[in-house]
Design a protein around this ligand. Structure first.
Ligand code: CP
Length: 302
């Protein structure tokens, strides 16, 4: 079954195939999964990922169920596992799931429909990593040798973890920076002001307060001055370097208001590209699954 749990499970060639399919979708490729039913189950808030998957599903002519956790039987004590089993039982063809638990998908490994991970805990966010890669490739036409610096709440970021792993596999040089309390020793740490003069991509991250056990003591203005991407820092970047952010971003905290939409920013381009990437992901999961179902049907008939 072609689930997409983490990009760690994919060969580089499979990652490149997904990027190539996204490029074709962006150039107008038509692919229909008419009458296939997909359910988006977000157990954590989302604007971009949920609605971008929804848009991709509509473009693929699919029927879509958007699960509302706050109005579901979770509120009556039903478990995550039984919720997912319920969606399998009612006959959906694929599930897009976001959950705060690391590797939530291991708990539902007996489910027979493809699972597309829309973010698990602090570990993986494969569709975000793919859309980031797609945006970088559009800009530079290569991965090998490009330098990226990820700045901010590295420790609590599923985007940072999956991006660093995948980008390194693709030959990119990754470093991290920001407040020391978010530092992880396994990554190459750089001084922010030095690093941003050397890199091709500066990727800013939001402070993920919802995953913190303690309230940060630093004020918003102090955070912006010390660790945020201000206009004066942008001026130090290389001429061709770009700014990225998975969003949601907090203007005036990790990124200055006038930087979020400046000429170097690719933040809304990333969001635009997310739809094509998600079309490619769903195509990969369902074209294989439909073939498998047909073969099973033919065996039963014989
Ligand atoms: N980038 C991202 O995952 O955004 P959402 O939380 O809005 O889906």
């Amino acid at each position: 079954m072609k689930s997409l749990r983490t990009l760690k499970e994919l060969e580089i060639s499979e990652i490149l195939e997904l990027l190539e399919d996204a490029r074709k979708f962006k150039n107008g490729m038509v692919y229909k999964l008419t009458d296939k039913v997909i359910a988006n189950l977000f157990f954590e808030p989302s604007t971009r990922t949920q609605n971008s998957f929804n848009m991709a599903e509509l473009k693929l002519d699919m029927k879509v169920i958007n699960f509302n956790a706050a109005m579901s039987s979770l509120q009556k004590g039903e478990t995550f596992y039984d919720t997912i089993k319920t969606f399998e039982a009612i006959g959906v063809d694929a599930l897009v799931i976001r959950h705060s638990q690391d590797k939530y998908y291991e708990e539902i490994s007996n489910i027979k429909v493809p699972i597309i991970n829309a973010g698990d805990g602090v570990l993986s966010h494969p569709s975000q990593t793919l859309l980031d890669l797609f945006t970088i490739y559009e800009e530079f036409g290569k991965f090998e040798g490009l330098k990226v610096m990820i700045v901010g709440d590295i420790k609590h970021s599923r985007v940072a973890h999956e991006n660093i792993d995948t980008m390194t596999r693709l030959g990119m040089k990754c470093c991290v920076s920001g407040a020391l309390e978010f530092k992880e020793d396994c990554f190459n740490w750089k001084d922010f002001d030095e690093g941003l003069q050397e890199v091709d991509v500066v990727m800013m991250l939001r402070i993920q307060h919802e995953r913190h056990n303690e309230k940060m003591q630093i004020s918003i203005s102090e955070y912006l001055e010390k660790y945020g991407l201000t206009h004066s820092r942008v001026k130090k970047m290389k001429p061709q370097a770009i700014i990225m952010h998975p969003a949601p971003f907090n203007r005036g905290v990790e990124i200055a208001d006038n930087v979020a939409e400046c000429e170097k920013s690719r933040i809304f381009k990333q969001i635009e590209n997310g739809v094509f990437i998600r079309q490619a992901i769903i195509k990969r999961s369902l074209s294989w699954f439909i073939l498998w179902k047909m073969q099973k049907f033919m065996r039963i008939k014989k």
